[in-house]
Design a protein around this ligand. Structure first.
Ligand SMILES: C[S@@+](CC[C@H](N)C(=O)[O-])C[C@H]1O[C@@H](n2cnc3c(N)ncnc32)[C@H](O)[C@@H]1O
Length: 195
């Protein structure tokens, strides 16, 4: 099966969006609440309904980019925004995106990608971060081989994968997951430091 634009668009059109929390998740809220500089450039790839983008806007962040391959959530998001000067909404495949960001926020995007795209994801994150830039967020980590998203791997495999491009990788069990995701998430922070 191809997990392409049609696949994701259909999931939204048919309301098959079990991942959608309806609000900014606890771990992302915690990460955002600890950001001090509101001028940093932030990319949210595979953002879906992007509740974290609305939260960032509410806090006064000035340079947010939301990107998704599916049009439907982006349309909904654009209807919720009055002032578009701080938020760019981009309908695009992440793997075609170009830019330079201080922060990339990850949540249920990595796990949406077919396993053969994992190394490419890491290379793209590396390419899209400025030197000193960071990827922060949550990654799924639970047992079970699946044939459709969410695809997950072990903590050790995540480390090996990100080590292909990054030296500084912090990965640990997430202590503030949403109840439905307790013990199924890792919190990740990686820094691009010139490797
Ligand atoms: C499981 S959903 C998660 C959405 C959102 N991050 C959340 O937590 O609610 C995965 C999202 O990734 C998007 N997606 C999948 N492949 C993509 C790609 N190659 N480029 C951009 N977005 C993609 C899907 O359209 C979908 O919105």
């Amino acid at each position: 099966m191809n997990f392409d634009q049609n696949y994701w668009q259909n999931r939204y059109q048919n309301d098959l969006t079990g991942w959608d929390l309806g609000h900014v998740s606890r771990p992302l809220k915690f990460i955002i609440d600890n950001l001090s500089n509101k001028q940093i450039s932030i990319l949210i790839p595979g953002a879906g309904n992007a509740y974290e983008a609305l939260y960032l806007l509410q806090l006064g962040f000035k340079d947010i980019t939301v990107l998704d391959i599916a049009q439907q959530p982006l349309k909904l998001l654009s209807q919720k925004i009055r002032d578009t000067s701080s938020l760019k909404i981009i309908h695009e495949d992440f793997f075609n995106h170009t830019g330079a960001y201080d922060l990339i926020l990850e949540q249920t995007f990595f796990c949406a990608l077919h396993p053969h795209l994992r190394s490419k994801y890491v290379s793209m994150v590396h390419e899209l971060l400025k030197t000193g830039g960071q990827l922060e967020g949550v990654l799924f980590n639970f047992n079970g081989i699946r044939e459709s998203p969410p695809f997950t791997i072990s903590e050790k495999e995540y480390k090996e994968l990100f080590q292909e491009k990054f030296d500084t990788i912090q990965l640990e069990k997430c202590s503030n997951s949403e109840d439905s995701r307790k013990n199924k998430e890792l919190i990740i922070k990686i820094i691009k430091n010139g490797k």
